[in-house]
Design a protein around this ligand. Sequence first.
Ligand code: MEV
Length: 371
Amino acid sequence: MGNCSNGSFLPLVSTPILAFPLMGKGQVLPHEGGVRGGRASGKIILFGEHAVVYGEPALAVPVKKLFAEAKVSTVSRAGIWISAPDIRLYKELPRLPRKHPLASVVDAVFAALDISPPSVLRTSPPEGGEKNGIKIKVTSTIPIASGLGSGAAVSVAIIRALSAYLNSPLNDEKVNEIAYEIEKIHHGTPSGIDNTVITYEKPVFFQNSPLSPRSNAPPPPLQEKPIIKTLQVTKPFTILIANTGIHAPTKKSVADVRKLWEEDTKKIETLFTAIGSITRTARQAIEGGHPERLGALMNENHRILQEVDVSCQELDRLTEASLNAGALGAKLSGGGRGGNMIALSTKENTPAIAEALLKSGAKNVIVTEIK
Ligand code: MEV
């Protein structure tokens, strides 16, 4: 069995589709004086994590109870100031390393709008007055490094708020594109599912271009863009999300899986193909109105993720506890090695499962209705 991270506790797709224009619910917050705000929710992966990096499909849904917010305002002090109180950061943009995700996302928005930051500082602020600087304040209720999409949500919130402040709100496709570039800094070789589900804030079926890292696999059909389809949830279902409290950076587990894949490509490919098939069956169950069928699929997906060595004692303990308390199925969600697990529940069993998870060491439990 894998070890937990030693981080601190603290509609069926049959045709190849190029970019599919999902109608997102992009959240630019209402104008508040001179302040422009953006918000983006967290996410969970229902099926297909890790395998999705290798060209298999995955299903992900937004978790609106958790969100990141960015507020951009004019300040009297010259310069562009980044404030992220949750991580005790207050710095002028040029003082952050260029590869810092917050600096990179701000730079990327200016670049996308073809604006050079000093020219912004020379223009009048939206409410008139003196030539000033701007402050970008970021807050988030999404736990960091726990598989809930905190990095992508922060990026999306900043992109929305800053582009709105600059009077050129970017569309969802562009927001998603920039957020994906920043995900590469967070995750190394991300599939793109996190930024996609968070940008469009809808349940998605996502399959990356099979121009995958499978360098010694037969050449795949050429697709430049991922398949992104709205997942139609015909009958709502309840998912509990339980946090192990263990910080587990996705970048590390993705890199470890890559090593395993390099050591034994055939074995890992076989496991990922099985995950791909589970994910497609899960999609049929969700769209066909049979969410109860997801339970067995979740258990099987978790078992395979154990084989890929991304589970750990705490995740296994929580999945077992939820099953013993009546969950229909359970699995880790996201990068693994800590972070969060999810359990499928009936409405009646939800309180008992939540209690069992907390008794078994979950740091907190979120109940979410998938619809
Ligand atoms: C992270 O939420 C999901 C992973 O599959 C990584 C990725 O898809 O980029 C582990």
